[in-house]
Design a protein. Sequence first.
Length: 327
Amino acid sequence: MDNIIEKIRKENLLGRSGSMFPVCLKWESVKNSDQKERYVICNASEGEVETFKDYYILKNHKEDVIEGINLAIKEMEAKRGYIYLNASYFDEFGKELQEFCGEKIKVIKKRGGYIGGEETSVIEAIEGNVPEPRIKPPFPSQVGLWGLPTLVNNVETLYCVAKINKGEYEGERFFSIFGDAPNKGVFVFPKDISVRELLEKTNNIPSFDYFVQVGGGGGGDIMLPSEIDCTINSLGSVIIYNKEIDKYQLMKKWANFFLEGNCDKCTPCREGLYRIMEMIEEEDFDEIEKMFFVMQKTSLCPLGVVAVKPFKTLLEKIIYKENENKN
Ligand code: SF4
């Protein structure tokens, strides 16, 4: 009989936070550590704009998520598990979830902005510190909570682990579809479904001209309808936008989201986002590519890298072309 790590390996489960990192490798890294004290964290901080799949899973399938956490605690021989829960979710059902978890798992309310959900920020927050990212490496699987090996997995990942253990996993994935979608919601489909099939099967192909943002309503890439015959290799989130939307307002919304959600720890992200906001307000993008380059190459944590993606893809695929047509 395969142990749980072998079962996860056979299913080639990839992290469902959007990282797409092989889950079995993370589990092995923690399990094989020389340190005897270890921890497990279920990252339920879900903070991407208009993305609610982890909320849906915790509301409808909390038993499986808890089972996944308990399997991880057992396999890691961990001292304790934590669920680091989005603050509004905590207010809504944190107490009930804690009662359901038992003593070995503690539910903790998320602090800080969007970056408070990055795995090393989560660790800092649970330790009682300001929730800011740590420099990686070392990775949490080696140096995590209180300097000890820590497994950090997303809600959906741990749900899948429980399903794999019971022999019930069929390669499913949860997809959050919001924005101007005609039929908003969270849907379950095979993980390799294309964006187009996903929209077709959920009655979400709009009757108006549209574009989509895939991978989160903050850090996801903009895609045109001609580009959506592909699978989603990032966060399971699709936002639909009416093409008539005010795209400058949309970019301001993203810029505000990242300005409020980042931690201001490093200069490229902190100052770069202010400069991007200025460029949007002045509708002058001559220098913006240089700003994208600096942010992507020198930001301390992944937020500075992903923050660039929606601006860059919206400008290149839509705004520059619309401006050319006007001239
Ligand atoms: S890139 Fe820098 S400022 Fe932005 S969230 Fe990460 S550490 Fe904080």
